[in-house]
Design a protein around this ligand. Structure first.
Ligand code: GLN
Length: 561
């Protein structure tokens, strides 16, 4: 007899009233509590915009681009999904309207519709449904988040598709969660439910009656407010879940479980599962709450006034704090301010660690280089990521090896010492979308190096998103000057590039310096793989070094002299 196919259950998460109220975190936290009940969970994000992926979008507008192992450039909510659950995201887990229309139109051009009129319903909605069903295969629960807020013109086809899916699958197999905002109006001294009533009304107009309403609010929600929402929005009172602001997002799975959310879900979807085992999450909450000393990390970047641009990075630093039982305060420094500053060190004073994140374009690069000089010469713990590695290499070439004109061809095409440059395969690229070196690549670490010790092994795999690489043929003076290449990529891309000065064949992946408490930079983005339950070794090590630096600073406030 063929094995019985398991019936996947679906949770569709929509948002109302305003964006940025934590719909993604809510979906991710539901995944966390359902996994804690022993279910195999996956998640998916449906984005209504017409871009094919967020890879070409300005982080100002869109926030971070999250990169998956398989090299997809995706919405930052996929980062939350991976941090809160053990589901592995791929390019199938983030679908945009652009992708849906693209494939329908490709089929139309091929003549697959046999002369029929191609329409939003059923052709676009069918394509959406097919993709959701595909992702769900082999899982117990598939959580689908619809981007945007109810009422947006662009999200209509997605909402229509999930409406149809509920009809196709039945109430026991598909559940609607609506995440809404309940504002506190100071002058009235009250939480107001009207915006929620209106957003549920718009949902019902298109045939979607939410089963559970998650209410984001800054104040605790009295029972009468829950009752009101229940009455006006047509959901049982116990299905109105309060999600009050908490100091750390990692408190949300436990908070949801305390509100009984997992029980509501298992009840309606008729899921037989054990009690949620939230020991891991409770331990994390304890550690965050009891973290004692505070280290300050200066992040020198470009889009720094928009914290969302570095979402995974900020989270990874906090994970480093969880691992070291300390608080991590992030201080964002605009790189251009460092360019103009008379005294760079003064701007960076009080920082226990300096971090240069990934980035594109010339603006601010010289300021970042000044910050690196400061970190190197004053022995402040330093972590460079992607662009951070490229700039640390340039800084070393200029200031230690006397190559004054050293630069990346991204910033100066005519540099006399292009220590960072494009490989031939990137020179021919004309299309911007999805053409960088993307996704997971293996990397070999030098045994006994700082990187090797932190990872506790030499074979690792990390995610990439960049075009430029360090020029091996110009590395000799740097290596002679003390730069350690402690991680290399030995795959096919490396075969065509010149060998490293010591004869190893590979692309530079990690650099570090001896005679410095912690100076390390990586060409890959370690932040994408850090988890609160499994902090990344580089962030763990960086924060540990920052903590030692801070302790020395506190013990000797006047400095060394
Ligand atoms: N702009 C650099 C490159 O394309 C670095 C990219 C990054 O930091 N993600 O190689």
């Amino acid at each position: 007899m063929a094995p019985r196919r398991r019936q996947t259950k679906f949770i569709f998460v929509t948002g109302g009233v305003v964006s940025s109220i934590g719909k993604g975190i809510s979906a991710a936290s539901i995944a966390a509590i359902m996994e804690a009940r022993g279910l195999k969970v996956t998640l998916m994000k449906l984005d209504p915009y017409l871009n094919v992926d967020p890879g070409t979008m300005n982080p100002f507008q869109h926030g971070e681009v999250f990169v998956t192992d398989d090299g997809a450039e995706t919405d930052l909510d996929l980062g939350h999904y991976e941090r809160f659950s053990s589901a592995v995201m791929t390019h199938h887990n983030n679908v945009t309207s652009g992708q849906i229309y693209w494939s329908v139109l490709e089929r139309e051009r091929r003549g697959d519709y046999l002369g029929g009129t191609v329409q939003v319903i059923p052709h676009i909605t069918d394509e959406i449904k097919v993709r959701i069903l595909k992702i769900a295969e082999g899982t117990d629960l598939c959580i689908v988040e619809v981007g945007g807020t109810v009422g947006d013109i662009e999200s209509q086809p997605f909402l229509e598709a999930i409406r149809q899916m509920r009809l196709d699958l039945g109430r026991e197999n598909a559940l609607f969660v609506h995440v809404t905002y309940v504002p506190y109006i100071r002058t009235a001294g009250e939480l107001k439910t009207k915006p929620t009533q209106h957003s549920v009304m718009s949902l019902r107009e298109i045939g979607v009656q939410p089963d559970i309403i998650i209410c984001r609010s800054e104040r605790p929600m009295p029972p009468e407010v829950k009752r009101k929402i229940s009455l006006f929005c047509n959901v049982p009172p116990e299905n109105v879940v309060a999600a009050v602001d908490v100091p750390s997002v990692y408190e949300i799975p436990v908070a949801f479980a305390e509100e009984g959310l997992d029980q509501r879900i298992t009840d309606q979807l008729n899921i037989w599962a054990r009690e949620a085992n939230l020991a891991d999450w409770k331990r994390i909450v304890e550690r965050i709450r009891n973290a004692k000393p505070e280290v300050t990390i200066a992040i020198v970047g470009k889009y720094v006034d928009l914290v969302e641009s570095y979402k995974s990075l900020n989270e990874a630093l906090l994970h480093g704090g969880i691992a070291n039982a300390c608080k991590v305060k992030l201080r964002f420094i605009e790189a251009e301010d460092l360019e103009k500053a008379e005294d760079c060190a003064a701007l960076l004073s009080g920082a226990d660690g300096i971090l240069i994140p990934g980035g594109f374009g010339t603006r601010g690069t010289e300021g970042k280089i000044r910050a690196i000089t400061c970190a190197r010469t004053q022995k402040v713990p330093f972590l460079g990521i992607c662009l951070g590695l490229q700039l640390a290499t340039i800084e070393f070439a200029r200031h230690v090896c006397g190559k004054d004109d050293a630069n990346s061809t991204e910033f100066n095409e005519h540099s006399a010492y292009p220590i960072v440059d494009l490989l031939p395969e990137q020179r021919g690229v004309t299309q911007m979308g999805a053409t960088m070196r993307l996704g997971a690549h293996p990397c070999e670490l030098l045994e006994g190096s700082l990187a090797g010790r932190l990872y506790g092994g030499t074979a690792i795999s990390e995610r990439h998103r960049h075009r430029y690489e360090v020029s091996n043929d110009l590395l000799k003076p740097l290596v002679d000057g003390g730069l350690i290449v402690s991680g290399i990529h030995t795959g096919d891309r490396a075969a065509s590039s010149p060998a490293l000065p010591d004869g190893r064949q590979g692309l530079v992946e990690v650099i570090e310096l001896a005679n410095h408490p912690f100076f390390l930079a990586s060409q890959f983005h370690p932040e994408y793989k850090s988890r609160p339950r499994d902090p990344h070794p580089l962030f763990k090590g960086f924060i540990q070094a920052a903590l030692a630096y801070r302790n020395a600073r506190v013990a000797n406030p006047g400095g060394k002299e």
